[in-house]
Ligand binder design. Structure first.
Ligand code: AGP
Length: 610
């Protein structure tokens, strides 16, 4: 949420800043700006996506070798040029960029206004530059002034400040919003996301909450804690495949990421799944293996799509590993006073590893003595670092705001985790081998479903008039119904609801008529006949039905309006296949409605505010 980047070094700052913003655009795209210090601070900002800023920069690129840049996802104040960052103080000698929310901004703003400061934006962030103006006036050292500023802020922040009287220096602070420092030769970078500067740095330092840093060309960063203790931190070398951050030949990141799913499922399994024995190993869980044997309850915490992956995991882990599982929305977890003890493991599922709600849930679980685990995609992210142990999903960079390949790898990891727990508990070897061997076949089966794109596009064409839709499924397919509905609403802005098919008759059925289609996910599983009854209830009320079922299921053809046939698999693994047509359907529908599926309205990737 909001992307920030800063550069100080020996080269021109603007090209780095602009290129960095393009890579960070998925974090917010309602406005953007850059500020460069060269005797004076020059700021260029524009409303809209980065291409709007780029147009303005063509006419007026600020020169200088020290600068900051920001792409915004609005929290306080409408998307506009005035609300775009960087924000200045009254003198114009200070510029700041901020990711997060300053919770006490109203009180601070009122007090600053009374003391004569003039605000130019509606943002919470602007208080930072004005406060810094005051603390600098009252203090001899800029570092102390920066520290005094931070002492007055409540809330979450990743901040980078630039001060005219200290050319070449960037002042950086982290509290709740990710900040990574990078270096190559004499050049120094700061960014909200390591991948955005991956091409330009040799290694990175992850700042933790409460840490501050001062960056200058050629020098090691000065890093200190909020208790004013100077610290030195480890540099991490990470091997990035930067090609994943480009769309390649695809029209959208979302399309590219859907097409990558067969490969990323293989990556997730590689070196972990031993199909002939029906077991899964995770290097990242070895250290806590003994403690995991004592766990009698698993709580999964996650948000959005990752939460739905958790719901699939609940079915898998209870059914086949016999471990009691609860899945909780991370945003609710810590406020509802959960009962946790040493025998509880709390598992966070997250693509970004930075989602504020999920991070807060993990911290809460830790303070209550639970073992904390993560299924995380981004290496080195905060949740990956703060959990006791975990599994990387290896999906690579996911840039499309609508999560697709990350979801599929999360479910793959959960399937393997089921084998991992199950073989230590009561899962029979023969059943485990059956599951594991089927899991190995999943990439090829996903590949064959992706080839159905033309058929699914034709279906989207046929139903492009729809303004509402139900996604329905039972047991393993219920979470896929929720996820399918989320995908459709977030990128095509069509109202969609996901329900367990059995719930329809308890209320939502009232909405069904000939203008209200249902997408029913009904592989031939344990509850297939029951789902057919639910389909009959919809058809009796003239509701159009699109069914997603197994190849070879011809009986259903006459019961519904349209059918998407997909390969069969083990019941536990079926969500890995049934989710794919729902993703393709949402994508095609988004295009037909004239939207950019990579940049859904009002949304951003990595939700780093509560
Ligand atoms: C779904 O397409 C979304 N992008 C969203 O629901 C996302 O899954 C959620 O915000 C959680 O993000 P995380 O996996 O990075 O924690």
């Amino acid at each position: 949420m909001c992307g920030i980047i800063g550069y100080t070094g020996t080269q021109e700052a603007s090209p780095f800043l602009l290129a960095g913003l393009k890579r960070l655009e998925y974090r917010g795209y309602d406005s953007a700006g850059i500020g460069v210090l060269n005797k004076e601070i020059n700021i260029v900002r524009a409303q809209g996506p980065i291409c709007e800023l780029e147009k303005t920069l063509v006419k007026n690129t600020p020169d200088g070798s020290c600068g900051i840049a920001h792409t915004r996802w609005a929290t306080h104040g409408v998307p506009s040029e005035a609300n775009a960052h960087p924000h200045r103080d009254c003198s114009g000698d200070i510029a700041i960029i901020h990711n997060g929310i300053i919770e006490n901004h109203l009180v601070l703003r009122r007090a600053l206004t009374l003391r004569g400061h003039v605000f130019k934006s509606q943002t919470d962030s602007e208080v930072i530059s004005h406060l810094l103006e005051e603390t600098i006036a009252d203090t001899d050292s800029l570092q102390d002034a920066f520290e005094q500023l931070l002492g007055q802020l409540t809330g979450a922040y990743g901040i980078v400040a630039m001060i005219k009287s200290s050319p070449g220096t960037l002042f950086v602070a982290r509290m709740g919003s990710p900040i990574v420092l990078g270096r190559r030769d004499g050049d120094r970078f700061v960014c909200s996301d390591a991948t955005a500067m991956a091409d330009w740095v040799d290694d990175v330092i992850y700042l933790d909450d409460g840490e501050r840093a001062l960056l200058q060309p050629n020098n090691e960063p000065i890093i200190w804690t909020k208790e004013s203790e100077n610290i030195s931190k480890q540099h991490h070398t990470i091997s990035w495949d930067t090609s994943v951050a480009s769309k390649k030949r695809y029209a959208h990141f979302m399309l590219k990421e859907m097409m990558e799913q067969p490969k990323v499922v293989e990556d997730t399994m590689r070196g972990r799944l031993i199909a002939q024995k029906g077991i899964a190993h995770f290097g990242g869980l070895e250290d806590v293996r003994e403690r995991l044997r004592e766990i009698d309850r698993l709580i999964i915490v996650a948000c959005g799509t990752a939460y739905y992956a958790g719901c699939v995991g609940e079915y898998m882990l209870e059914h086949y590993a016999g471990i009691p599982v609860e899945v909780e929305l991370a945003s609710e977890f810590r406020y509802r006073h959960p009962v946790i003890n040493r025998h509880t493991a709390v598992l966070a599922i997250t693509q970004s590893g930075e989602t504020a709600d999920t991070l807060a849930a993990i911290r809460e679980a830790k303070t209550q003595g639970a073992l904390t685990l993560g299924i995380v995609n981004v290496p080195g992210s905060t949740i990956a670092r703060e959990t006791d142990a975990g599994i990387y999903t290896r999906a690579g960079s996911e840039i499309g705001v609508a999560s697709t390949k990350a979801f599929i790898t999360q479910v793959t990891a959960l399937a393997m985790l089921t084998l991992f727990f199950g073989r230590d508990r009561n899962l029979e070897e023969t059943e485990a081998i059956k599951i594991a061997k089927e899991l190995e076949l999943i990439p090829d089966k996903i590949e064959s479903i992706l080839k159905l794109r033309p058929q699914i596009k034709a279906l989207a064409d046929k139903y492009q008039w729809m303004q509402n839709a139900f996604f329905l499924g039972r047991t393993y397919q219920a979470p896929i119904a929720y996820e399918g509905a989320l995908k459709l609403k977030e990128i095509s802005l069509i109202h969609a609801e996901g329900y367990s098919a059995g719930e329809l008759k308890h209320g939502p059925l009232a909405l069904i008529d000939e203008r209200f289609p249902s997408i029913v996910i009904c592989p031939r599983d344990e509850v297939y006949e029951k789902t057919l009854s639910n389909i009959a209830e919809i058809k009796a009320r003239k509701g159009p039905v699109i069914a997603i079922t197994d190849i070879g299921n011809t009986d259903i053809v006459e019961l519904v309006d349209d059918v998407i046939h997909i390969p069969s698999t083990h019941e536990m693994l079926s969500p890995l296949l049934t989710a794919i047509p729902t993703q393709l359907f949402a994508y095609e529908m988004s295009l037909l409605q004239g939207y950019d599926p990579d940049k859904p309205r009002n949304l951003a990737k990595s939700v780093t505010v509560e």
